[in-house]
Design a protein. Structure first.
Length: 339
Protein backbone atom coordinates (compact mmCIF):
# COMPACT_ATOMS: atom_id res chain seq x y z
CA UNK A 1 0.00 0.00 0.00
CA UNK A 2 1.51 3.31 -1.10
CA UNK A 3 1.99 5.88 1.63
CA UNK A 4 1.29 9.54 0.87
CA UNK A 5 4.47 11.66 0.88
CA UNK A 6 4.49 14.80 2.99
CA UNK A 7 5.32 18.16 1.45
CA UNK A 8 8.17 20.16 2.95
CA UNK A 9 5.69 22.54 4.53
CA UNK A 10 3.74 19.67 6.09
CA UNK A 11 6.96 18.13 7.42
CA UNK A 12 8.02 21.53 8.83
CA UNK A 13 4.66 21.94 10.53
CA UNK A 14 4.86 18.47 12.10
CA UNK A 15 8.36 19.17 13.43
CA UNK A 16 7.23 22.57 14.73
CA UNK A 17 4.27 21.04 16.60
CA UNK A 18 6.46 18.29 18.06
CA UNK A 19 9.00 20.87 19.19
CA UNK A 20 6.30 22.93 20.88
CA UNK A 21 4.95 19.84 22.63
CA UNK A 22 8.43 18.95 23.90
CA UNK A 23 8.96 22.48 25.19
CA UNK A 24 5.61 22.47 27.03
CA UNK A 25 6.32 19.04 28.52
CA UNK A 26 9.75 20.16 29.77
CA UNK A 27 8.19 23.22 31.38
CA UNK A 28 5.53 21.09 33.09
CA UNK A 29 8.18 18.68 34.38
CA UNK A 30 10.19 21.56 35.83
CA UNK A 31 7.14 23.04 37.56
CA UNK A 32 6.20 19.64 39.00
CA UNK A 33 9.74 19.01 40.22
CA UNK A 34 9.64 22.31 42.10
CA UNK A 35 6.52 21.26 44.01
CA UNK A 36 7.74 17.72 44.81
CA UNK A 37 10.12 17.50 47.73
CA UNK A 38 12.25 14.35 47.52
CA UNK A 39 12.27 13.97 51.30
CA UNK A 40 8.46 13.97 51.42
CA UNK A 41 8.12 11.02 49.05
CA UNK A 42 7.63 7.47 50.28
CA UNK A 43 9.50 4.36 49.15
CA UNK A 44 9.06 2.90 45.68
CA UNK A 45 6.13 0.51 45.33
CA UNK A 46 4.07 -1.12 42.59
CA UNK A 47 0.78 0.36 41.49
CA UNK A 48 -1.94 0.38 38.85
CA UNK A 49 -3.19 3.42 36.93
CA UNK A 50 -6.90 3.79 37.59
CA UNK A 51 -7.55 6.88 35.46
CA UNK A 52 -5.72 9.66 33.65
CA UNK A 53 -6.06 13.45 33.90
CA UNK A 54 -3.79 15.31 31.50
CA UNK A 55 -0.28 15.22 32.98
CA UNK A 56 -1.50 13.52 36.15
CA UNK A 57 -2.82 10.03 36.87
CA UNK A 58 -4.59 8.30 39.73
CA UNK A 59 -2.50 5.37 40.95
CA UNK A 60 -3.76 2.53 43.14
CA UNK A 61 -1.29 0.74 45.40
CA UNK A 62 -1.20 -2.98 44.64
CA UNK A 63 1.03 -4.30 47.42
CA UNK A 64 1.67 -4.11 51.15
CA UNK A 65 -0.44 -2.45 53.81
CA UNK A 66 -1.42 0.38 51.47
CA UNK A 67 -2.88 -1.96 48.81
CA UNK A 68 -6.11 -0.47 47.45
CA UNK A 69 -5.31 3.10 48.43
CA UNK A 70 -5.31 5.63 45.60
CA UNK A 71 -3.44 8.89 45.03
CA UNK A 72 -3.14 11.42 42.26
CA UNK A 73 0.39 11.42 40.87
CA UNK A 74 2.59 13.41 38.52
CA UNK A 75 4.66 11.61 35.89
CA UNK A 76 7.52 12.90 33.81
CA UNK A 77 7.04 13.27 30.07
CA UNK A 78 9.99 10.97 29.31
CA UNK A 79 7.91 8.03 30.59
CA UNK A 80 5.72 8.32 27.51
CA UNK A 81 1.94 8.28 27.39
CA UNK A 82 0.55 6.48 30.43
CA UNK A 83 -2.97 5.05 30.22
CA UNK A 84 -5.54 3.33 32.38
CA UNK A 85 -4.44 -0.23 33.10
CA UNK A 86 -0.71 0.52 33.07
CA UNK A 87 1.33 -1.12 35.84
CA UNK A 88 3.84 1.30 37.34
CA UNK A 89 6.41 1.92 40.04
CA UNK A 90 5.51 4.99 42.08
CA UNK A 91 6.20 6.90 45.29
CA UNK A 92 3.48 8.32 47.50
CA UNK A 93 3.72 11.99 48.48
CA UNK A 94 1.84 14.95 49.88
CA UNK A 95 -0.19 16.26 48.17
CA UNK A 96 1.00 14.48 44.99
CA UNK A 97 2.83 11.24 44.46
CA UNK A 98 5.11 10.59 41.50
CA UNK A 99 5.33 7.75 38.96
CA UNK A 100 8.98 6.80 38.48
CA UNK A 101 8.73 3.88 36.04
CA UNK A 102 6.30 2.00 33.80
CA UNK A 103 6.33 -1.78 33.61
CA UNK A 104 6.10 -3.52 30.19
CA UNK A 105 2.56 -3.89 28.83
CA UNK A 106 1.08 -7.28 28.08
CA UNK A 107 -1.32 -5.68 25.60
CA UNK A 108 -2.59 -2.27 24.50
CA UNK A 109 -5.62 -1.16 22.50
CA UNK A 110 -4.66 1.74 20.22
CA UNK A 111 -6.30 3.93 17.62
CA UNK A 112 -5.06 6.89 15.55
CA UNK A 113 -6.34 10.33 16.56
CA UNK A 114 -7.53 12.92 13.98
CA UNK A 115 -3.92 14.14 13.62
CA UNK A 116 -2.62 10.68 12.76
CA UNK A 117 -0.86 10.13 16.10
CA UNK A 118 -1.43 6.80 17.84
CA UNK A 119 -3.57 7.07 20.96
CA UNK A 120 -3.57 4.18 23.43
CA UNK A 121 -7.04 3.55 24.87
CA UNK A 122 -6.19 1.00 27.59
CA UNK A 123 -3.35 -1.32 28.61
CA UNK A 124 -2.97 -4.85 29.99
CA UNK A 125 -6.42 -6.03 28.91
CA UNK A 126 -7.48 -9.53 27.83
CA UNK A 127 -11.05 -8.92 26.63
CA UNK A 128 -12.55 -6.18 24.42
CA UNK A 129 -16.29 -5.79 24.98
CA UNK A 130 -17.85 -4.12 21.92
CA UNK A 131 -21.09 -2.54 23.15
CA UNK A 132 -23.93 -1.79 20.72
CA UNK A 133 -27.62 -1.03 21.22
CA UNK A 134 -30.79 -0.59 19.14
CA UNK A 135 -30.30 3.19 19.57
CA UNK A 136 -28.09 4.84 18.47
CA UNK A 137 -28.26 2.74 15.32
CA UNK A 138 -25.58 0.03 15.39
CA UNK A 139 -23.23 -0.06 12.42
CA UNK A 140 -21.62 -3.33 11.38
CA UNK A 141 -18.60 -1.49 9.98
CA UNK A 142 -17.74 -0.01 13.38
CA UNK A 143 -18.04 -3.47 14.93
CA UNK A 144 -15.77 -4.83 12.20
CA UNK A 145 -13.17 -2.15 12.93
CA UNK A 146 -13.02 -3.19 16.56
CA UNK A 147 -12.79 -6.85 15.55
CA UNK A 148 -9.86 -6.10 13.24
CA UNK A 149 -8.13 -4.09 15.99
CA UNK A 150 -8.69 -6.91 18.51
CA UNK A 151 -7.27 -9.49 16.11
CA UNK A 152 -4.16 -7.36 15.49
CA UNK A 153 -3.26 -7.42 19.20
CA UNK A 154 -4.48 -10.98 19.77
CA UNK A 155 -7.20 -10.08 22.29
CA UNK A 156 -10.52 -11.91 22.29
CA UNK A 157 -13.49 -9.65 21.42
CA UNK A 158 -17.05 -10.02 22.67
CA UNK A 159 -20.09 -8.38 21.06
CA UNK A 160 -22.51 -7.12 23.71
CA UNK A 161 -25.98 -6.06 22.56
CA UNK A 162 -27.26 -3.74 25.30
CA UNK A 163 -30.73 -2.23 25.85
CA UNK A 164 -32.53 -5.30 24.53
CA UNK A 165 -35.70 -3.92 26.12
CA UNK A 166 -35.63 -1.14 23.51
CA UNK A 167 -35.73 -3.45 20.50
CA UNK A 168 -38.81 -2.48 18.48
CA UNK A 169 -40.27 -3.12 15.03
CA UNK A 170 -37.89 -0.65 13.40
CA UNK A 171 -34.73 -2.18 14.92
CA UNK A 172 -35.55 -5.87 15.38
CA UNK A 173 -34.35 -7.04 11.96
CA UNK A 174 -31.07 -5.10 12.26
CA UNK A 175 -30.32 -6.40 15.76
CA UNK A 176 -31.23 -9.99 14.82
CA UNK A 177 -28.99 -9.75 11.76
CA UNK A 178 -26.02 -8.54 13.81
CA UNK A 179 -26.54 -11.23 16.45
CA UNK A 180 -26.75 -14.04 13.87
CA UNK A 181 -23.92 -12.75 11.67
CA UNK A 182 -21.31 -12.51 14.40
CA UNK A 183 -22.47 -15.58 16.29
CA UNK A 184 -22.20 -17.63 13.07
CA UNK A 185 -18.67 -16.30 12.61
CA UNK A 186 -17.76 -17.78 15.98
CA UNK A 187 -17.72 -14.66 18.13
CA UNK A 188 -19.29 -14.56 21.59
CA UNK A 189 -22.49 -12.49 21.43
CA UNK A 190 -24.22 -11.53 24.67
CA UNK A 191 -27.55 -9.72 25.11
CA UNK A 192 -28.39 -7.68 28.21
CA UNK A 193 -30.75 -5.03 29.57
CA UNK A 194 -30.29 -2.85 32.63
CA UNK A 195 -34.04 -2.14 32.71
CA UNK A 196 -35.30 -5.69 33.18
CA UNK A 197 -32.04 -7.36 34.22
CA UNK A 198 -31.82 -9.68 31.21
CA UNK A 199 -28.41 -11.37 31.08
CA UNK A 200 -26.79 -9.18 33.77
CA UNK A 201 -25.92 -11.94 36.24
CA UNK A 202 -24.27 -14.11 33.59
CA UNK A 203 -22.42 -11.12 32.16
CA UNK A 204 -21.15 -10.09 35.61
CA UNK A 205 -19.87 -13.61 36.21
CA UNK A 206 -18.12 -13.58 32.83
CA UNK A 207 -16.34 -10.30 33.60
CA UNK A 208 -14.94 -11.50 36.93
CA UNK A 209 -12.44 -13.71 35.09
CA UNK A 210 -10.79 -11.00 32.98
CA UNK A 211 -9.51 -7.46 32.66
CA UNK A 212 -11.93 -6.07 30.08
CA UNK A 213 -12.41 -2.77 28.31
CA UNK A 214 -15.76 -1.42 27.16
CA UNK A 215 -15.69 0.22 23.71
CA UNK A 216 -18.43 1.55 21.48
CA UNK A 217 -20.38 4.60 20.42
CA UNK A 218 -21.54 7.24 22.86
CA UNK A 219 -25.08 6.54 24.00
CA UNK A 220 -25.03 2.74 23.84
CA UNK A 221 -25.35 2.62 27.63
CA UNK A 222 -21.84 1.72 28.79
CA UNK A 223 -22.05 3.88 31.92
CA UNK A 224 -25.59 2.71 32.77
CA UNK A 225 -24.43 -0.86 32.31
CA UNK A 226 -21.49 -0.36 34.66
CA UNK A 227 -23.78 1.25 37.25
CA UNK A 228 -25.99 -1.85 37.08
CA UNK A 229 -23.02 -4.22 37.36
CA UNK A 230 -21.24 -2.14 40.01
CA UNK A 231 -23.79 0.13 41.74
CA UNK A 232 -21.11 1.76 43.90
CA UNK A 233 -19.36 3.14 40.80
CA UNK A 234 -22.10 5.78 40.35
CA UNK A 235 -20.94 6.87 36.88
CA UNK A 236 -22.62 9.87 35.25
CA UNK A 237 -25.16 8.80 32.61
CA UNK A 238 -26.15 10.70 29.49
CA UNK A 239 -29.05 10.29 27.10
CA UNK A 240 -29.47 10.44 23.36
CA UNK A 241 -29.66 13.61 21.33
CA UNK A 242 -32.66 14.44 19.16
CA UNK A 243 -30.83 12.72 16.28
CA UNK A 244 -30.52 9.51 18.37
CA UNK A 245 -26.78 10.02 18.71
CA UNK A 246 -25.04 9.44 22.00
CA UNK A 247 -23.89 12.29 24.21
CA UNK A 248 -20.42 12.01 25.77
CA UNK A 249 -20.45 11.46 29.55
CA UNK A 250 -17.24 9.47 30.06
CA UNK A 251 -14.31 11.82 29.41
CA UNK A 252 -11.42 9.60 30.52
CA UNK A 253 -10.97 5.85 30.79
CA UNK A 254 -11.57 4.55 34.32
CA UNK A 255 -10.69 1.15 35.82
CA UNK A 256 -13.13 -0.50 38.22
CA UNK A 257 -12.81 -3.69 40.30
CA UNK A 258 -15.35 -6.48 40.70
CA UNK A 259 -15.60 -7.79 44.29
CA UNK A 260 -15.30 -11.38 43.07
CA UNK A 261 -12.30 -10.67 40.86
CA UNK A 262 -11.80 -9.15 37.44
CA UNK A 263 -11.43 -5.55 36.33
CA UNK A 264 -13.33 -3.38 33.90
CA UNK A 265 -12.17 -0.28 32.03
CA UNK A 266 -14.84 2.14 30.81
CA UNK A 267 -13.52 4.11 27.83
CA UNK A 268 -14.96 7.33 26.34
CA UNK A 269 -17.47 6.70 23.58
CA UNK A 270 -16.48 7.45 20.00
CA UNK A 271 -18.43 7.49 16.75
CA UNK A 272 -15.46 6.44 14.60
CA UNK A 273 -12.58 4.03 15.18
CA UNK A 274 -9.87 4.59 12.60
CA UNK A 275 -7.51 1.89 11.36
CA UNK A 276 -5.31 4.19 9.31
CA UNK A 277 -2.17 2.80 10.97
CA UNK A 278 -2.77 -0.72 9.64
CA UNK A 279 -1.53 -2.39 6.50
CA UNK A 280 -3.93 -4.05 4.08
CA UNK A 281 -2.80 -7.51 5.14
CA UNK A 282 -3.61 -6.76 8.80
CA UNK A 283 -7.16 -5.79 7.86
CA UNK A 284 -7.52 -8.90 5.70
CA UNK A 285 -6.45 -11.15 8.62
CA UNK A 286 -9.02 -9.41 10.83
CA UNK A 287 -11.91 -10.80 8.76
CA UNK A 288 -11.79 -14.34 10.10
CA UNK A 289 -13.99 -15.93 7.41
CA UNK A 290 -11.47 -14.78 4.77
CA UNK A 291 -8.61 -16.78 6.29
CA UNK A 292 -9.34 -20.22 4.71
CA UNK A 293 -8.98 -18.61 1.28
CA UNK A 294 -5.78 -16.61 1.88
CA UNK A 295 -2.86 -17.85 -0.22
CA UNK A 296 -5.12 -19.66 -2.72
CA UNK A 297 -5.50 -16.85 -5.26
CA UNK A 298 -4.13 -17.32 -8.78
CA UNK A 299 -1.84 -14.32 -8.41
CA UNK A 300 0.44 -13.90 -5.40
CA UNK A 301 -0.09 -10.11 -5.32
CA UNK A 302 -3.89 -10.38 -5.70
CA UNK A 303 -5.72 -7.32 -4.38
CA UNK A 304 -9.01 -9.24 -4.04
CA UNK A 305 -10.82 -6.56 -6.02
CA UNK A 306 -11.19 -7.81 -9.60
CA UNK A 307 -8.45 -10.31 -10.45
CA UNK A 308 -9.40 -13.61 -12.15
CA UNK A 309 -8.81 -16.64 -9.98
CA UNK A 310 -9.21 -14.69 -6.72
CA UNK A 311 -10.14 -17.21 -4.01
CA UNK A 312 -11.86 -14.56 -1.88
CA UNK A 313 -13.99 -13.27 -4.75
CA UNK A 314 -14.93 -16.85 -5.61
CA UNK A 315 -15.93 -17.43 -1.97
CA UNK A 316 -18.05 -14.29 -2.16
CA UNK A 317 -19.87 -15.60 -5.24
CA UNK A 318 -20.45 -18.95 -3.55
CA UNK A 319 -21.94 -17.31 -0.46
CA UNK A 320 -19.11 -18.35 1.87
CA UNK A 321 -18.42 -14.66 2.51
CA UNK A 322 -21.33 -12.27 3.00
CA UNK A 323 -21.74 -9.21 0.80
CA UNK A 324 -22.09 -7.02 3.90
CA UNK A 325 -18.76 -8.15 5.33
CA UNK A 326 -17.04 -7.79 1.96
CA UNK A 327 -18.42 -4.26 1.61
CA UNK A 328 -17.20 -3.51 5.14
CA UNK A 329 -13.71 -4.79 4.30
CA UNK A 330 -13.56 -2.67 1.15
CA UNK A 331 -14.79 0.41 2.98
CA UNK A 332 -12.09 0.04 5.64
CA UNK A 333 -9.41 -0.23 2.94
CA UNK A 334 -10.79 2.83 1.20
CA UNK A 335 -10.64 4.92 4.37
CA UNK A 336 -7.07 3.74 5.03
CA UNK A 337 -5.98 4.81 1.55
CA UNK A 338 -7.79 8.15 1.84
CA UNK A 339 -5.99 8.91 5.10
Amino acid sequence: MTKRKLTRRQQWRIEKIQGERTERATKRDKQADETLNESDLGPEQHGLIITHYGMQVVVEATEGESAGLQQRCHFRSNLGSLVTGDKVVWRAGNPLGVVVAVLPRNSALQRPDPHGDMKTVAANIDRIIIVVAPYPEPHANLIDRYLVAANAIDIEPVLLINKTDRIDDSTRDKVNYLEKTYRDLGYDVLMVSTQNGTGLDDFREYLTHYTSVFVGQSGVGKSSLINALLPESNLRVGGLSDRQLGTHTTTSATLLHFPGGGQLIDSPGIREFGLWHMEEGDVLEGFIEFRPFLGHCKFRDCSHRHEPGCAILNALEEGKISTTRMDSYRYILRTINEN
